[in-house]
Design a protein around this ligand. Structure first.
Ligand SMILES: Cc1cc2nc3c(=O)[nH]c(=O)nc-3n(C[C@H](O)[C@H](O)[C@H](O)COP(=O)(O)OP(=O)(O)OC[C@H]3O[C@@H](n4cnc5c(N)ncnc54)[C@H](O)[C@@H]3O)c2cc1C
Length: 271
């Protein structure tokens, strides 16, 4: 399919991108890696009149340590995250999960900011950022605001970002030395997760178990109360609403969530 006609504008700085968003309002859409937006445009689920290309914003491509937080520029690509030495030490769960996204082409183009802003419950990094207790930084015409990840994923493909706002940074508390594990169950190696589980310490994030990325709160509470991991994992599907699809029923997904959580907790404890 061919997208509807649109105007292409290229932003060289964050200020320029914000000015273009302010100028065109609801008619404009940012494009970063394009690996979610372009398929939507080709299917005509999205038809922005103006596409603002932020891929050239090198000022948002970085990973650095700020006290006990890791700060990641929103335009950082999966491929860079996978190999970053700061992440390897302070957020190894995120670095590892970035390396499991799609295929090499997707990882060389897709960005962490694009993945979070797109807010697909089947995506990998939103659940990782949620489990890590991250904060998202957005910039708009009235300045900067910080949104905790637990308040960011409002519903399927829905976030509190305004049309004139740009995600600039993701801030994660350092998890250096903490046990972690990532389990992604797919039909083929490069597929999206049918179900995924991200564990860091006693925090458990769930992929594709509802309309948004979720925390397995019943499991987390049980772990905090001293319940053995294998027993706590049996609660992983509590309060979830997994999607019903021809290749994976909700019951099958609940089963996967329990099994993958048990595996991830065991691996995290051993790491
Ligand atoms: C074949 C294929 C396989 C894939 N497999 C996986 C997978 O296994 N796991 C997975 O998690 N994902 C997968 N993806 C999705 C991929 O990770 C996308 O790259 C990602 O979801 C979006 O990032 P992007 O930079 O391409 O965003 P874009 O497509 O450019 O943008 C997506 C949305 O985010 C908005 N946006 C982008 N950047 C910002 C910003 N800085 N501030 C505010 N809004 C912004 C855009 O306006 C748009 O609405 C796959 C995609 C493809 C095509």
């Amino acid at each position: 399919m061919i997208p509807a006609k649109f105007a292409y504008r290229r932003a060289a700085t964050v200020d320029e991108a914000l000015a273009l968003l302010a100028e065109h309002g609801d008619d404009a859409k940012l494009i970063a890696g394009g690996h979610s937006l372009l398929p939507l445009m080709k299917l005509r689920f999205a038809a922005p009149e103006v596409v603002v290309d932020i891929a050239p914003l090198t000022e948002l491509k970085f990973v650095r340590l700020d006290g006990d937080e890791v700060v990641i520029g929103a335009l950082s690509r999966y491929h860079d995250l996978q190999r970053d030495p700061v992440l390897a030490q302070h957020a190894p769960l995120l670095a590892h999960a970035a390396g499991t996204v799609g295929d090499p082409q997707v990882r060389h183009r897709g960005t962490i900011g694009g993945s979070l802003a797109h807010a697909d419950a089947a995506a990998d990094l939103p659940a990782v950022v949620l489990a890590t207790g991250g904060t998202l930084v957005a910039r708009g015409p009235s300045g900067e605001r910080r949104i905790p990840a637990r308040e960011f994923f409002l519903g399927p493909f829905t976030t509190p970002l305004e049309p004139d706002e740009l995600l600039t940074e993701i801030r994660l508390p350092s998890r250096a030395g903490l046990g972690w594990a990532f389990e992604k169950f797919t039909r083929r190696a490069i597929d999206w997760a049918i179900v995924g589980v991200a564990v860091t310490g006693h925090a458990v994030g769930l992929i594709n178990m509802g309309g948004t990325p979720l925390r397995a709160t019943a499991t987390e509470r049980a772990l905090a109360a001293g319940t053995p991991a294998a027993e706590a994992a049996l609660l992983a599907a509590e309060d979830t609403a997994p999607p019903d699809e021809p290749h994976a029923t909700p019951d099958y997904r609940r089963h996967l969530a329990r099994v993958l959580t048990a595996r991830a907790l065991a691996r995290a404890e051993a790491s």
